[in-house]
Design a protein. Structure first.
Length: 704
């Protein structure tokens, strides 16, 4: 009824003109006073109709009194039109009868249209007038007879036809209402979801005009939806983020329809909130919102806070790692500096022919103890490199028999000193492999040293097997001992750092527990595996397996280098070293050779020495008071002296970490020799760089 009333109000002007026209026609066919009276009442009814339908038309709240008023005026209006048709029918002229029937049919047809909206309206304005029309058809001007029956039958058919149409309208109306109710329910569900989820859903025009925002934004930001719909887009974006968001949305195209952004938004209370939004451009052929921008946003303050915490944690971890690296670098430097003198001088004493008896034995013990300490320092450095991912493998050709024999010989003396027999089982056929022989030797030495440490009597057997398939060989190395063995529950932690079979082992046998951990990391870096088989009280067999490519025997022969020999020419060397005992050690090592050594205690003195004369090469310490070695090297390279630019400068320092060596080379140094200094390594450096300055001056040798 409310829909009918709203429609009646909207068509009020048109009905008023029709009413006046009908009154004029009635005046032409009947007496003018009758037509005038009918028209006056009809206009009054239309006026009443206007007031009775105004609230429905304005979509204002409507009560049952309003509906009853409209129903009354609707009933009176149809009745008044039916009366005009009846008067015309009873006027006893064909023209009046035709007009009367036309009015009846018009009323009924008009009611059929309203039947789509209200069955009650159809009954009042259609069914009742139709029955009245059929009843009046039997009244004058036609007498009962064939003509009257024909007219009545025709009107009956028309009424039935209109009724059939009304029935169809009722069915369509019911279907429409069902679909509308379903759509309304579905819309209500989706709106409920959109308004109650935490995400904010919005739809904006391509020009930035807001079209829809879910009410969840009120919980997220505090802004009312109605206020936002009347506010230009981007108003509450954080100023620094707004240009980036605008540019991203403007860049959405049919080919690139989506983007996701994190940005800041200003809440109603003035606070700042982080939001994450997925912007999606609706396809141009979409029937609902072609070309519009659909966005789904969520508040990510917690995630941003967590990210900030993670960044801070990472920075703290990096700072801790840097501090750890700095501490490790400083400690290794401080440990290696005195060890340089201890190992150097004890090595010279050990090899001295003038030292015999108890003195020679004690010198040897000092040398071996200091070598063990150096091995510990190297193990700590190696594990630090492995953890930092800085340990690099250097694959080179090597011969398996020579490698195994030389490695076992490194611990043979230590084993025989305890009365242990050491044997090697290996296929006599030579096998040439390509791999990092030095790191493999480190693994095998760790396993052998472990076996010697935990074996009191009996012996140690090293088994080496290499099975070649195609261009590769599967290498398996076993170290079996007759020592104390390992309990099954203790083997799981053997290869963890700082771990041993039990807490008493460190007290009984010593050691840090790093050797096996380092061995495990090295073998795994090579793509292999390592393990142990043991029973408590029956010894242990440590083993490792890995696959290495076969090498050409010629390449292995080419890699073999002779032991360093004395320099083949007289050399003038500048030694820059702030520690007196280290200067004395280098002088002692080089004393048997034709090498003139000039010393300087820091970088400043080194610059003066180079200005005063020429040198074949420079041994440069790094950490020195006054001017460090890196600064001194840069200053030497910047000198205008011709011989300074190509002068070989060798870093001789306890700084042996990879990044420390890299800094030496970046400063302009040519090579690096670490402390403690090995006489063989020192002679090798002299042979490698002796005469390089002269050769470069003539353009024969290029040095980085």
């Amino acid at each position: 009824m409310d829909e009918i009333a709203a429609g009646a109000h909207a068509s009020w002007t048109a009905r008023l003109f029709v009413t006046l026209g009908a009154a004029a026609i009635g005046g032409a066919l009947t007496h003018w006073s009758l037509a005038l009276g009918w028209g006056a009442v009809a206009v009054l009814l239309e006026g009443w109709n206007w007031f009775a339908t105004r609230r429905q038309f304005l979509d204002q709240p409507v009560g049952w009194g309003d509906r009853a008023g409209y129903f009354a005026v609707m009933t009176l209006g149809y009745s008044w039109w039916f009366a005009l048709a009846l008067v015309l029918w009873l006027n006893r002229t064909p023209e009046s009868a035709i007009c009367g029937v036309g009015i009846w049919l018009g009323i009924i047809s008009f009611a059929q249209c309203y039947a789509y909206q209200s069955p009650l309206g159809f009954f009042v304005g259609g069914v009742i007038p139709a029955l009245g029309m059929l009843a009046a058809s039997a009244v004058a001007p036609f007498r009962p007879g064939p003509e009257g029956l024909i007219v009545t039958a025709c009107l009956l058919l028309v009424a039935l036809f209109i009724a059939s149409g009304a029935r169809t309208s009722f069915a369509a109306r019911r279907k429409f209402l069902e679909v509308r109710d379903q759509l309304s329910a579905s819309e209500a569900e989706y709106r409920f979801l959109a308004d109650n989820i935490d995400d904010v859903i919005a739809l904006s025009r391509a020009n930035g005009e807001r079209h829809y925002i879910s009410r969840s934004i009120e919980r997220a930001l505090g802004h009312r939806v109605d206020d936002l719909l009347n506010t230009p887009n981007y108003t509450y974006l954080y100023p620094e983020d707004a240009p980036r968001v605008r540019a991203a949305i403007a860049g959405l195209t049919p080919e690139n329809p989506e983007c996701q952004l994190d940005y800041r938004v200003i809440r109603k209370d003035g606070g700042i909130t982080w939001a994450e939004t997925l912007f999606k451009r609706v396809p141009d052929d979409d029937p609902i919102a072609p070309g519009d921008i659909l966005s789904v946003s969520r508040i990510i303050d917690r995630r941003k806070a967590l990210e900030a915490e993670l960044v801070q944690a990472r920075e703290r971890a990096e700072a801790a790692a840097t501090a750890k690296a700095d501490f490790l670098a400083n400690m290794t430097h401080e440990l290696r500096t005195p060890l340089n003198a201890i190992i150097g001088f004890s090595g010279l004493l050990r090899d001295s022919p003038t030292l015999t008896g108890q003195d020679a034995r004690q010198a040897r013990l000092v040398y071996e103890a200091s070598a063990s300490l150096l091995e510990l320092i190297n193990s700590v450095l190696d594990f630090s490199k492995i953890e930092a991912g800085a340990l690099e493998l250097e694959p080179r050709p090597f011969e398996l028999h020579e490698w195994a024999g030389a490695t076992v010989d490194m611990v043979r003396q230590q084993a025989e000193a305890k009365g242990l027999a050491v044997s090697v089982e290996i296929d006599p056929a030579p096998v040439h492999l390509r791999g990092d022989a030095g790191r493999l030797r480190q693994v095998l030495v760790n396993l052998l040293s472990n076996a010697v440490k935990f074996t009191a009597r009996g012996g140690i057997t090293v088994r080496v097997q290499a099975e070649a398939v195609g261009g590769e060989a599967t290498l398996r190395v076993e170290v079996a001992d007759t020592g104390v063995g390992i309990a099954a529950e203790q083997m799981d932690v053997l290869f963890e750092r700082f771990s041993q079979a039990d807490a008493s082992i460190a007290r009984r046998f010593g050691g840090t527990g790093l050797g096996l951990a380092i061995s495990k990391r090295i073998v795994e870096m090579m793509g292999g595996r390592i393990g142990v088989d043991s029973e408590e009280g029956r010894g242990a067999t440590f083993w490792f397996e890995l696959t290495l490519p076969l090498a050409d025997p010629a390449d292995v022969a080419a890699r073999q280098e002779p032991a360093p020999a004395a320099p083949d020419r007289a050399l003038r060397l500048l030694l820059v070293e702030d520690v007196e005992v280290n200067r004395e050690l280098v002088l002692a090592i080089l004393a048997p050779f034709d090498v003139e050594v000039v010393t300087a205690e820091n970088g400043l003195e080194a610059l003066d020495r180079i200005r005063e004369g020429r040198y074949d090469l420079v041994l440069m310490d790094v950490q020195m008071p006054g001017m460090d070695g890196l600064t001194a090297t840069r200053r030497i390279r910047a000198m205008s002296l011709a011989h300074a630019a190509n002068l070989p400068i060798i870093a001789m320092t306890a700084n042996v970490l990879p990044d420390q060596i890299a800094r030496c080379l970046e400063a302009g140094m040519n090579d690096h020799i670490g402390k403690p200094i090995s006489p063989a390594a020192l002679l090798d450096v002299l042979n490698r760089w002796a005469g390089a300055n002269d050769a470069e001056a003539t353009g024969l040798v290029g040095v980085d």
